[in-house]
Design a protein around this ligand. Structure first.
Ligand code: GDP
Length: 609
């Protein structure tokens, strides 16, 4: 359906080899949300600043009623007058695909795809194994099920696909790569243990992805199983099970005794029916890679989960930044198949390189198109790694003004759980008519890479209150370009956020942690001053830099590194594995075992609104 004031009258638009979602929306004169919605239809979850390749952009543009000029670089069959020839293979195929996608009569029900999550040792792996071994879609007898990344099981003739890697970590990592694979999350809670930190994390990760939850109350065989404690724990987390008048189904199971499995599968089917999951098996396939490896004999081997369309032997596919021609397909029994329809996992042979889990697979017209697309994607990735990142507090106001943001999503970590309620409440008070503050996940503890991935997948910022960011999390935040904000004082935090909402955020002091040193010995100098004999454990220590002193997992003071010495010499910096003497500007109450975290700050002005 073309929008008002048929844009086609304006003639064909020309698209660059890569373009951000925002720029594409500007070019088409539509809201970025419309572009994002069209992308989601193809299983692509992009944020507003993300670059997309020309092929994808033209799908969106055409869907929104525009005609797209064939790219000359793609070797089009454009006529001498510069207009795209009607017979250009890619655009002809594209129009056909989109037409099919739009025609509801071509949509067929598809099987649900399920991820199992929950706290460690609550029985995720056991439950998956129990389901797989009793219910696997063996079909032919004698088939030995292989571990290919996803398993298909059958209950009363209905198929359900389980992702083989349990846990919300894998789930969110995939989501951060743009893949939305899971339809339903089964959250396993051990009846003898109750709701634990990772149970809550799993629930928040599933909710952030807007994936419905089914609770599997596992280990019900245990004598100390206490279902009421679990139900209460869940209710406290805002997950009210049906029995308590809520809308979250819960099924008691025992992975060990293999009881309740049928009921769990029935419940999954019930939830799936409400979701009305559908896909068009007749179009060229789009899918997601769930597992991939380099096989010595067979080369790159990847398991794709088809989300829409049908993948066939002989298809030319682009996967992430690699491509190939499907040489063979195999099912979960290691048997050769000729095609895989919606919600079917299939092992794909024939790719040039090993893709990554979470990469999107797409069937294209021919190898030439595939080559061009891969080139463009590589360029887009390079551009993206230099260019803008994900949601930041600095960008917030510009996004509000552009009507692109109605929500500021926050992941909150604090030192103690006692501060959570107060801070969440203070944050929520800041919601305005334009922007709602939505705390996606709150917990006590360090900021971990899970938090970063959740932020990356959900376009959220991370707020760390009096708590530290683990090294791996810091690295992940850098590579995923996630905005992590550290505060020690509540009003500083609320001031910053409300300033960001009003577009008044001061040029920001961006902090870089330079390194850490451990205090090994204290030397008194004169009457009061002390010099700490230190060993640099990672990064570097810089004279003049800030110093945060950690003791017993908490920051006990923040100061400045006033003097820095190697033996008798004053030095500007000291690198990892070297010893040095550190003198702080204001404090002299360091003790052995303290960790001095050295940081520097730079002023960064707000992105232009
Ligand atoms: P995961 O870390 O969540 O994947 O947990 P596992 O599947 O590895 O299970 C952790 C432990 O709980 C193992 O020792 C299992 O044998 C045990 N376990 C799992 N499910 C059940 C169950 O239903 N009943 C009992 N009694 N033990 C179970």
């Amino acid at each position: 359906m073309a929008p008002v004031g048929d844009p086609r009258e304006r003639g064909a638009i020309e698209l660059p080899s890569s373009i951000t979602v925002k720029d594409l929306a500007d070019m088409l004169g539509v809201n970025p949300a419309d572009v994002i919605r069209e992308l989601i239809k193809s299983g692509i979850f992009a944020n507003i600043n993300q670059g997309i390749d020309r092929e994808t952009a033209s799908l969106v543009a055409e869907e929104l009623g525009y005609e797209v000029a064939e790219a000359v670089a793609a070797g089009s069959t454009a006529g001498s007058d510069g207009t795209a020839a009607e017979t250009a293979p890619v655009s002809a195929a594209t129009k056909e695909q989109l037409f099919e996608e739009d025609d509801p009569s071509l949509l067929q029900p598809r099987a649900p795809i399920v991820t199992v999550m929950g706290h460690v040792d609550h029985g995720k792996t056991s439950l998956l194994d129990a389901i797989r071994t009793t219910k696997v879609a063996a079909g032919e007898r004698g088939g030995i099920t292989q571990h290919i990344g996803a398993s298909e099981v059958v209950k009363d003739g209905r198929h359900i696909v389980f992702l083989d890697t349990p846990g919300h970590e894998a789930f969110t990592a995939m989501r951060a790569r743009g893949a939305k694979v899971t339809d339903i999350a089964v959250v396993v809670v051990a009846a003898d243990d109750g709701v634990m930190p990772q149970t809550l994390e799993a629930i928040d990760h599933a909710r952030a992805a807007k994936v419905p939850i089914v609770i599997a109350l596992n280990k019900i065989d245990k004598p100390d199983a206490n279902p009421d404690r679990v139900k209460n724990g869940l209710a406290e987390a805002g997950v009210v099970v049906e029995e308590y008048g809520g809308d979250v189904p819960m099924v008691a199971v025992s992975a060990k005794a293999r009881t309740g499995l049928d009921e769990l599968l029935e419940m999954i089917i019930l939830v799936a029916d409400l979701l009305e999951l559908k896909a068009n098996p007749k179009r060229p396939a789009i899918g997601t890679i769930v597992e991939a490896e380099l096989d010595k004999g067979r080369g790159p081997v990847a398991t794709a989960l088809v989300s829409t369309g049908t993948l066939r032997v002989g298809d030319v596919i682009v996967v992430g930044e690699t491509y190939g021609k499907v040489r063979a397909l195999e099912n979960g029994l290691g048997k050769r198949i000729t095609k895989a329809g919606p919600s079917s996992p299939a092992v794909v042979l024939g790719l040039a390189d090993v893709p990554q889990a979470g990469d999107i697979l797409r069937v294209v017209a021919d190898e030439k198109t595939a080559r061009t697309m891969v080139e463009e994607r590589r360029t887009a990735t390079a551009a993206r790694s230099e260019g803008s990142g994900r949601a930041t507090l600095e960008d917030l106001y510009a996004q509000i003004q552009a009507g692109q943001t109605k929500e500021l999503r926050i992941i909150l970590k604090t030192d103690v759980s006692g501060s959570l309620g107060a801070i969440t409440h203070a944050l929520q008070q800041l919601s305005t008519d334009e922007v709602r503050i939505n705390v996606l996940h709150e917990a006590a503890g360090d900021v971990t890479d899970n938090d970063i991935m959740l932020a990356a997948a959900s376009d959220a910022i991370v707020v760390a209150f009096s708590t530290k960011v683990t090294d791996t999390a810091r690295r992940a935040a850098e590579s995923e370009k996630v905005d992590v904000r550290q505060y020690d004082i509540i009003y500083k935090l609320t001031d910053d956020i409300s300033a960001a909402l009003r577009g008044m955020l001061e040029p920001e002091q961006v902090e870089t942690v330079e390194g850490r040193a451990e205090v090994r010995q204290i030397f008194k100098v004169g009457k009061v001053a002390v010099i700490a004999g230190c060993y640099v454990t990672d990064g570097r220590i810089v004279r003049g830099g800030g110093a945060r002193v950690w003791r017993g997992g908490k920051v006990v003071l923040t100061d400045r590194i006033e003097s820095l010495r190697r033996f008798r010499d004053d030095v500007r910096e000291v690198a990892t594995t070297f010893e040095c003497g550190i003198g702080l500007a204001g404090s002299n109450n360091l003790i052995e075992g303290d960790i001095i975290e050295c940081f520097t700050q730079q002023m960064v002005s707000r992105a232009a609104g």
